[in-house]
Design a protein around this ligand. Structure first.
Ligand code: UDP
Ligand code: MG
Length: 312
């Protein structure tokens, strides 16, 4: 029989968190009294995470582990788990217990009310000031650029109906951002507030560089507004320079040729060169992703799926 709820958890070097995660997740799932499965993707951990997870597979019949061949990133780890998931309702969760498992019933109830994508808003978010400010900016910019109404893009404690997961599984894109992807398929999205805790053990797996890359995935994957803005900026700049040239022409007849203010001119020039390089960079982000897509290389490599009646 298929499970009713699938819990999906990406794991990358989380050896210190897994025991606690199971201790808190299991009672919650059992109390719900519905058949469930827990799918964890080991995203190429270099610590003892995989060993611990394999131990869990033998101990708990509901646990299955997707073993990756290397580190393919959080969103690919979730994608791979989605592909083997069977539940009517699929809930994603982080392994570091920043998302309290106790909130899962709330999300499931919301799906049962008829919402096919249930997002979450982190109340009293427990992250560094820098992360919170960066998220705030990303949330505003993304909302504007993609036109998607989502309050908190970064929170991974989310629930999806099987139909949405099936649609996500049909997407073979090499770089993606799951909450945004799900939102594009949502017929009746909803959001609930959830508690948020500090990371229990270890440290964040996102360096500043990885965060920036992730946000480019989000921007380029769901909007072409950055490109359009550059086209508009280009038009405005050329209109402005035509006006400026006309002004200089008139000035030449009235006052004569101008010589001073050369460095001002440099400053203005550097400013525009800076914008141009930035623009080329943005185009590069899109071209790079198009290149990834046309190569059609596997997005991730699964070494083995442990546990359960292997559906692969
Ligand atoms: N994660 C992953 N692969 C990665 C980076 C992270 O599977 O390359 C997992 C990680 O183990 C955790 C979740 O994604 O379960 C969120 O990561 P993290 O807590 O480091 O992110 P933050 O909370 O700092 O945004
Ligand atoms: Mg975390």
């Amino acid at each position: 029989m298929n499970p009713y709820i699938s819990i999906v958890i990406p794991v990358y070097n989380e050896e210190g968190n897994l025991a606690n995660l199971f201790d808190r997740l299991y009672p919650v799932m059992q109390a719900m009294g519905k058949p469930f499965e827990i799918i964890l993707t080991d995203d190429g951990s270099r610590d003892r995470s995989l060993e611990i997870l394999k131990g869990m597979v033998t101990k708990y019949p509901e646990v299955r582990v997707v073993e990756f061949n290397g580190n393919f990133g959080q969103h690919m780890a979730i994608m791979a788990a989605f592909e083997v998931s069977r539940g009517e309702i699929v809930v994603t969760l982080d392994a570091d217990l920043q998302n309290p498992p106790e909130e899962i019933p709330k999300l499931v109830a919301e799906v049962e009310k008829g919402h096919d994508v249930v997002g979450s808003i982190r109340q009293k978010r427990q992250d560094t000031f820098f992360r919170k400010t960066a998220s705030l900016m990303v949330n505003i910019v993304t909302r504007k650029m993609t036109g998607m109404k989502m309050s908190d893009y970064g929170c991974m404690l989310r629930a999806y109906h099987r139909n949405v997961v099936n649609n996500i599984n049909r997407c073979q894109e090499a770089s993606t951002f799951i909450p945004a992807l799900a939102q594009t398929f949502a017929a009746s999205p909803s959001e609930v507030e959830v508690a948020h805790a500090e990371r229990l053990e270890g440290e964040s797996k996102y360096s500043l560089y990885k965060l920036v890359r992730l946000n480019f995935d989000l921007m380029t994957g769901f909007s072409v507004v950055p490109l359009q803005l550059f086209a508009l900026l280009g038009i405005l700049t050329s209109l402005f320079s035509v006006a400026f040239a006309l002004f200089l022409l008139v000035r030449r007849f009235i006052v004569g040729a101008e010589v001073e203010g050369v460095f001002t001119l440099f400053a203005i020039l550097f400013f525009f060169i800076g914008i141009t390089i930035f623009g080329i960079g943005i185009v590069g982000e899109y071209v790079g992703r198009i290149y990834q897509e046309v190569r059609r290389r596997p997005r991730y490599v699964v070494r083995k799926v442990h546990g359960g009646d292997d559906v692969r």
